[in-house]
Each structure stands twice: as C-alpha cells, then as structure tokens.
Design a binder for this molecule. Structure first.
Ligand code: NAD
Length: 504
C-alpha cells in the first residue's frame, strides 16, 4: 500500500526528544481494523542507535548517583501520569494492535504493576552483610547497575513488556534503550514522553524504532551490557546467541503452545469458560493463551466438544473499540494470512475442523484483519498445527486416554511457557505442578501470568538464558553484584601470607 503524504510520522525518542533518524528507511503502521496505513515509522540506522547509546551512556552515571529512593519517586510519578492518560493510551494501543480497549487497559495495567513493584528498589537493591567473617573482617555485598541496557519487545503487549523491562532497569540506576515492535510503536513513544514528564533525566529512557538493523546495532555495541528480549523463538535464540558471543547478559523469551489438561472430575462449564477466554481473548495473540486442550478420557472430550462448539460459533468478532465484542482483528495482514494458512494445513493434516473461522468479514471493514474463531478436534502430536505456534484464535483438542498420556504430551512439546490443569483432586494437581515441564502453571487458572512481585518466564524453546522477568529476578538481571571484604589496619597482622585464607 502506498504511503500518503499526510500520514503521521513516528520517529525515535533519544536524549529526551523526538529524533527523525538518518536511515531514510520507513515502515507502514497499519490500522488493523480497516487495513489502512495510519502512520509511517522511521527505521533506525546504526548511527541512530549509536546516538541513543551515546546519550544513554552520558546520562547514566548521574542517574545511578541519585539515591534509590529519589529514583523511586520518579517511578511513582510515572504511575500517576500513566493512570491520568490511561484512556488515551488504551485508545492508541488499540488503534495499532487491534485488541479491545478493555484489554489494552489490562496491557498497560500489568506493565504498571511492575513499575509499582520497582518502586521498592531501595529494598530490592539492598545487599547482604556478614559481620566478623574473620578477626576484624566484615563482608558485604551491593547491587550496582550495569550501565546501558536494552529491551527488544514484541507487538502483542506494546505497553506491558517494555514496562516489565524498563521498571527494574531504570529503578536500579541503568539507562534503558527500548526497541519496540514496528507494528505498534506509538504507545512506547508516549511512554517515553511520560517518563520525561515524571522527572526522569533525559537519556535514561530512549526509544529506537526499527528492524534487524537496529537490533544488530544494539547487539554489537560493547556499551550495551544486557539485552532483554521477548518475541518469537527463532529470533529469541538468535539474540541470545549473538548477545552471548558479544559478552552481554541476555534473557530471551520466545513462543508458546500452552496446554490445558482437563481431568474427568473437572467442572466442564468452568473449563469451557476458561478455554473460551484463554483461547480466543485478544484473538489468541497472547504468549499465555491456551492453544491446546487435553481432555482425559473420550467421554470428557465429547462432553467438552458439545459445550465448546456453540460457544466458538457465537464468538463476537468486531471493531475493538466496540465494548461488546469478544475480540478484534489480528495485528497485520501477514498475521491473518499465516493463521488462515495454518487452518488449511490442519484440514490437510486430517484434524477435524469443528468450527472454521476463515472467510469472516466485518461489514464496512472488509479490508480489516478479522478472522472468526476456529476449533479443531482429533489433533495429534505429529501435526504441524500442533507442533508450531499459530498465534491466532485457533483452539485445538488433543485427546488423551490417561493423565500420564496428557502429561507426557505436554512435556514432549517444544514449548514450555505455561500449562494448566483443571481438576478437583489435590493429589493430581500437586503431581502436575511438580512434574510438568513449563515455567508457569495454573491449577484451575487458565492464564497463569504471575503477579508482578513473582517472576515470569518459560522453559524449553519458550525461554533462553537464566533469570526470569520482573519480581526479584528483574532486579538481578539488570544489576551486578559486588562483594566487599574489609579489614581495618588495627586488625591486620604483620607479615605476608602465601596461603589462601580459609575458615580453618
Ligand atoms: P517477533 O519475534 O517477530 O519480533 C519481536 C521483536 O524482534 C521485534 O521488536 C522485532 O522488531 C524484532 N525482530 C524481528 N525479526 C528480527 C530479526 N530477524 N533480527 C532481529 N530482531 C528481529 O515477535 P512478534 O511477532 O512481535 O511477537 C509475537 C511472538 O512473541 C510470539 O511468538 C509470542 O509467543 C512471543 N511472545 C512471548 C512472550 C513470552 O514471555 N515468552 C510474551 C509475548 C510474546
């Protein structure tokens, strides 16, 4: 689609101001509701990224020198400002992403909750102290910021994930450079303005918009000490490996295919409610969506199918600004084509399409990226639609005859972000939580996204590197520990020692 001359331009936010950039390269930003171009986005050059790193590097020591409580006050003010502008931010987010307004507010709110926890930086940064570890000797540790750090984030939570990374990084005294998704960059740019209004010094929160060129520039600059990434698994692995080769810290979270095991004693009405919300909410574009239901026993599966089919057929798909819809459009034409292609693959592979969402159009918005809900039954582990992440409103049923079979199926999958079990039996729930190979587990909870003061992270191909996002791990990731052993002259005995000191 050609770019109109009047279209809004989205630039970069470097050193406290909007910066046009030097690359001369642009990407279209679409309105997924209508399929129309609504803005054009400057794609950063290596020089633009270098400029952001220069500014961040210059600003960081002054920010780190402020005491953590003063830094925390800026975060407090930021929370207040984001809440003040919540309606505007949610509308902006919806206009580029396509999720409903209520869901956009949830996206922003879950990000703010990590900022709220990061206000506890004075406590979270405290080190440890051991008195008299030897005669006249004390040992203490401190957490120090890394310097300039980066976050590279996906389209599906354009407020939450940047804030998950920025909160602990900034509160700990780092300067932060965000490379958000090209699909929905406007909220991150507004957040940059709000950080400044909250009193954050210029250069501490920067946004470089762009593609692989910008990401590679961040990865190859020695001054960027840590990279936090969230996105698809192949890119997560690439960023993890490249960052490690460059001697950087990296935590890179990838794709998902979250299973829900349904035991024969589960309340099937509750299960159906949970699957409809967790499978189709936000058009399935959530890394914690449930995409595979695993009923244990053919009777359970048949009963579940009977409950789900009319619910999926009745899903209300429409304009995301309409408060009555269940979900809006997918983010892009490419996403729509990809989901449609997977549905076709499923049909070709022999899965039973109980409901096929293809061919859905919204009157007056025929070029929008809408698709109806799809429900597959009799999906097996050899199928591509089972193995690969679809990231759309497609729920599949993979039947198991026993609990052990259901657990094995979940554990054998390449992804291990989240998993859930529905049961009334405490023993089974406990066994599942202990043995399932995934990072975040729900017991009668379909989307077990941990609260901000716990940590978030997946296993297997859903997460590369150690340490999770937010909670205490967020602070560990964006700080380094220094341990000091001290003795004063009055405690020092004369004479050199050539033997390693021990506790003997
Ligand atoms: P994506 O991998 O396409 O993009 C993520 C980021 O990587 C973007 O900023 C993008 O510009 C950048 N990028 C893309 N290609 C690149 C390349 N070749 N080299 C360097 N950088 C590149 O992901 P997306 O489509 O924006 O987001 C959806 C994916 O994110 C899904 O797979 C979803 O499961 C995953 N996700 C995971 C989590 C989690 O916590 N595990 C959370 C949210 C989303």
């Amino acid at each position: 689609m050609s770019v109109q001359a009047s279209v809004r331009e989205i630039t970069h936010f470097i050193g406290g101001e909007q910066v046009a950039g030097t690359s001369g390269r642009f990407a279209d930003v679409f309105d997924p509701s209508s399929g129309e171009v609504q803005a054009r986005l400057a794609l950063a050059s290596v020089e633009d990224v270098t400029r952001a790193i220069d500014d961040a590097e210059a600003a960081q020591p002054g920010w780190a020198a402020q005491n953590p409580q003063k830094r925390a006050r800026v975060l407090m003010k930021f929370v207040e400002l984001v809440n003040r502008d919540m309606d505007e931010l949610a509308a902006l987010l919806t206009s580029e992403h396509g999720k409903t307004i209520a869901d956009s507010k949830g996206d922003i709110q879950r990000g703010l909750e990590v900022i709220e926890v990061s206000i506890g930086a004075p406590h979270l940064l405290k080190g440890e102290y051991s008195d008299s570890v030897g005669t006249g000797i004390d040992t203490y540790s401190m957490r120090q910021p890394l310097g300039v750090v980066a976050g590279i984030t996906p389209f599906n939570f354009p407020a939450m994930i940047p804030l998950w990374k920025a909160g602990p990084a900034i509160a700990a005294g780092n300067a932060f450079i965000l490379k958000p998704s090209e699909r929905d960059p406007s909220v991150p740019m507004r957040l940059a303005e709000l950080w400044l209004e909250a009193g954050l010094p210029t250069g501490i929160f920067n946004v470089v918009n762009g593609d692989k060129v910008a990401v590679d520039a961040l990865l190859h600059d020695d001054r960027v000490k840590a990279v936090g990434f969230v996105g698809s698994s192949d890119i997560a692995q690439y960023i993890y490996e490249t960052a490690a080769q460059q001697g950087k810290r990296a935590q890179c979270f990838g794709g998902a295919k979250n299973h829900m095991v349904i035991m024969p004693d589960a309340d099937l009405d509750q299960v159906a409610d949970a699957l409809i919300g967790a499978g189709y909410g936000s058009a399935g574009e959530r890394c914690m969506a449930i995409s595979v239901a695993v009923p244990v026993g053919q009777d359970v599966a048949d009963a579940l199918v009977a409950k789900l089919v009319p619910r999926v057929q009745a899903l209300k798909v429409g304009l995301p600004s309409d408060a009555t819809v269940d979900y809006g459009p997918l983010v892009s034409k490419a996403a729509l084509e990809r989901v449609e292609e997977y549905i076709e693959i499923g049909v070709q592979e022999g899965a039973t399409a109980l409901v096929d969402g293809r061919g859905f159009t919204l009157e007056g918005y025929e070029n929008g990226y809408y698709i109806g809900g799809t429900l597959f039954d009799h999906v097996t582990s050899e199928m591509r639609i089972y193995d690969e992440e679809i990231f759309g409103p497609v729920l599949m049923i993979a039947r198991a005859d026993t609990y052990e079979e259901a657990l094995q199926l979940t554990n054998d999958h390449q992804y291990g972000n989240g998993a859930a079990i529905y049961t009334r039996d405490g023993d089974t729930a406990r066994d599942f939580a202990a043995r399932v190979q995934a990072g975040m587990i729900g017991v009668n909870v379909p989307i077990p996204v941990p609260i901000a003061y716990h940590t978030f992270g997946g296993w297997k191909r859903s997460g590369f590197g150690d340490l999770n996002q937010h909670g205490a791990d967020g602070f560990r990731f964006y700080t380094k520990t220094k341990t000091v052993t001290s003795r004063w002259p009055s405690g020092i005995k004369d004479g050199a020692s050539f033997v390693i000191p021990t506790m003997n």
